[in-house]
Design a protein around this ligand. Structure first.
Ligand code: HEC
Length: 212
């Protein structure tokens, strides 16, 4: 054997024997333990405040212990008090869906002064251009003749149930587009609380009045 191969061969033989152990499950000599036992943080495991510095026993006792973290920002809640505003809308965009919403869907929020006032602000931002300040169908776009015949809340729509209002905000109706992407579910119900107060207007002064 040439001299310059003796050292590598001897080293290889030494390593082979050094890694021999009796326990067949043992990985043998660990040159880099981190590669066998990753210090990476497992999902849903609570490693405490100092994850990298806890002992192996402590970390082992914590492993497989589910402990969900706070949901990431933007996560949709399907329980708790926001549930009513996060579930998918159950009624299809069909005449039957519209009727069913009208018969079954009720506002999850109270008709409180606070909610009505919040709805009034949103209504002013999103709806007056067509429906008018008082909901008589005489907003700027109606007055300038672009969209005519917008029904008055206190006239033709006086008895419109809140479920149908919501359905219309969800899908749109006729010349009114869907407002589902512009308004959160809660905002839609707030506006509806306000519209319900407009439905109580004097019927006689509605519909025909189109130029104030
Ligand atoms: C581009 C003009 C326009 C805008 C903006 C608009 N609407 Fe309408 N809306 C209409 C028209 C037109 C109708 C009549 C639809 C029909 O019956 O064909 C209508 C109808 C409605 C109805 C009656 C639906 C039904 O079931 O008969 C409600 C309630 C309503 N709108 C609420 C709102 C609210 C709330 C907003 C603001 C978030 C809004 N609209 C924004 C034009 C508009």
């Amino acid at each position: 054997m040439p001299k310059n191969t003796i050292i590598p061969v001897a080293a290889a033989i030494t390593m082979m024997f050094a890694s021999c152990v009796n326990d067949p499950d043992s990985p043998g000599l660990e040159y880099m333990p981190d590669m066998y036992r990753s210090p990476a943080i497992e999902a849903y495991v609570d490693y405490g405040e100092d994850p990298y510095y806890v002992t192996e026993e402590f970390a082992a006792s914590q492993r497989n212990t589910p402990s969900a973290r706070l949901p990431v920002e933007g996560t949709i809640s399907f329980s708790g008090e926001d549930k009513a505003f996060n579930l998918p809308y159950p009624y299809p965009n069909t005449p039957e869906g519209y009727e069913a919403a009208g018969a079954e869907l009720v506002s999850p929020i109270a008709s409180s002064e606070e909610n009505i006032a919040a709805g009034a602000i949103l209504y002013g931002q999103m709806c007056t251009q067509c429906h008018g300040e008082e909901g008589k169908g005489d907003g700027a776009i109606s007055r300038n003749g672009h969209i005519v015949g917008i029904p008055s809340y206190s006239g033709k729509l006086k008895d419109l149930p809140e479920g149908k209002m919501y359905h219309t905000l969800q899908y749109g109706k006729g010349l009114m587009g869907s407002h589902a992407s512009q308004l959160s579910q809660k905002d839609r119900w707030l506006i509806i609380e306000y519209i319900k107060t407009l439905q109580g207007n004097d019927v006689a002064s509605s519909e025909t009045e189109n130029n104030d």
